[in-house]
Structure formats: structure tokens, C-alpha cells
Design a protein around this ligand. Structure first.
Ligand code: PGA
Length: 231
């Protein structure tokens, strides 16, 4: 089981320092990973967490203003990177082609890619979940070797569930995870989208979930501890 905290665009330097003090007290038998903002990455100072970035550049160096390379992330002790989060696909118009390049840069720098995929509300309503999931996986991994693909963690995050308080029915999560396993039998699959200390009682009954990606809950260490205890 792996639990990844995605701070998104939250926590100033001062707030992050205080936040880390609370995270130090988190007790978990599971692998814990923290994805702070880029500015907070070099303030990371936790022995009970691994470090992740929320994004990685498709370039290793050069004339790419505003980019942060896998090479530099590695030097700052980053060992995981979120790639293709739906907020980046939407806000930065990231395509599966960009995402594939980012996965390659992560792997070249010995960073574990956490590939985020999931359907929109309209995708769900029009019964296109299978199509979207397959497309996102195939287009993001088509030029990678089997060995490389195995290293990717898949985060299934239904977009309509992120930050909304809504979660899919367990049987729907199981169905999607089964499809993912059919395409990628050796990859770890985690769930993301409004997971919290209350609905974990339900979510934990999904045997196909091997971890969680937590946005909102990442900002509430007390609730996070409850969440972990309930798993
Ligand atoms: P949420 O975010 O837990 O706030 O829904 C999850 C995510 O965006 O990774």
C-alpha cells in the first residue's frame, strides 16, 4: 500500500514548515509520499515520507523557460513524480504525447512515474470510460519498453470525483481497475478523487486498490492519521 499526498498549489514556505512538523508525527505501516509545491521541495525534511514532484519537465535541460528537469528533481531527492494529473491536462493542455515524454524523463532519472488517468463526467455519462482509460494508457506508454512500463504507478482518478466529495461505487472502481490490470498486469494501481477519513470505510473494500492519491486530505494531517488507521 502506498499513500501519496498531493499538496497542489497550497502551503506557503512558512505554512509548509509548520505542516511538516505535524507530518513528522504521522504513524503509518504504508509507504508514504509527499508531493509539495516546487518551491517547498528543497524544504522537505521528513524521514517518514518519500518525496514526489507534482510535475516533471519533458526536457532534461536547455532553453525551456519555466521548466524543472528530472535531473534537478533527482538532485533534490525526488523519487516519485505525478505525471498527467487532470488539472495539468486541463490547465496546461498536456497531451498524452507530452505525458509520454515526461514519463521517459522520469525513468531516465530514476524517478517513479505516477501516471494519472480518469474519465470526465461526460465520459462517464456517455459510457466511454473504457475507451478513455485504454487511450490514455496506450498513448502514454506506446514507445516504452516492458521493463520501463512495469515501473509506472497508475493513479485512477475519475475527474468528476476530484475535489467534489463524490466517489464512484466500488463495483465501478473494480471494473476500471480490472481493465487497467488487463492492459498492465504488473503495475500498481492507486485510487484518487475525494478519498477521505469517512469514505475510506467503503473504499477499503475494493481489493484492487493498492494505494491512494490524496489532494484535499493531504492538508489535514489529523484526518490523514484517521484515514491511515482505518485502512
Ligand atoms: P482530492 O484530489 O483528494 O482533493 O479529490 C485528488 C487529486 O487531485 O489527486
Amino acid at each position: 500500500m502506498i499513500i501519496i499526498l498531493n499538496n497542489k498549489c497550497n502551503l506557503s514556505k512558512e505554512e509548509f514548515i509548520e505542516y511538516q512538523e505535524t507530518l513528522k508525527t504521522i504513524k503509518s505501516p504504508y509507504k508514504m509520499v509527499l508531493a509539495p509545491t516546487f518551491l517547498n521541495i528543497n524544504l522537505f525534511d521528513l524521514e517518514n515520507f518519500n518525496l514526489a514532484s507534482q510535475n516533471i519537465s519533458a526536457f532534461n535541460e536547455g532553453a525551456h523557460t519555466g521548466e524543472i528537469s528530472g535531473k534537478d528533481l533527482k538532485k533534490s531527492n525526488v523519487t516519485y513524480s505525478l505525471i498527467g494529473h487532470s488539472e495539468r491536462r486541463k490547465d496546461q493542455r498536456e497531451t498524452n504525447r507530452d505525458i509520454q515524454e515526461k514519463i521517459k524523463r522520469a525513468l531516465e532519472n530514476d524517478i517513479i512515474p505516477v501516471l494519472c488517468i480518469g474519465e470526465t463526467k461526460s465520459g462517464r455519462q456517455s459510457n466511454r470510460i473504457e475507451e478513455v482509460i485504454k487511450k490514455d494508457i496506450i498513448e502514454a506508454t506506446c514507445n516504452l519498453t516492458e521493463e520501463e512500463i512495469k515501473k509506472i504507478i497508475i493513479a485512477y482518478e475519475p475527474i468528476w470525483s476530484i475535489g467534489t466529495g463524490l466517489i464512484p461505487k466500488n463495483k465501478d472502481i473494480e471494473k476500471v481497475n480490472k481493465l487497467i490490470k488487463k492492459i498492465l498486469p504488473n503495475n500498481t494501481i492507486i485510487y484518487g478523487g475525494s478519498a477521505n477519513e469517512e469514505n475510506i470505510d467503503l473504499l477499503k473494500k475494493c481489493s484492487s486498490i493498492e494505494g491512494y492519491l490524496l489532494g484535499g486530505l493531504s492538508l489535514h494531517p489529523d484526518k490523514l492519521q484517521k484515514f491511515i488507521n482505518k485502512i
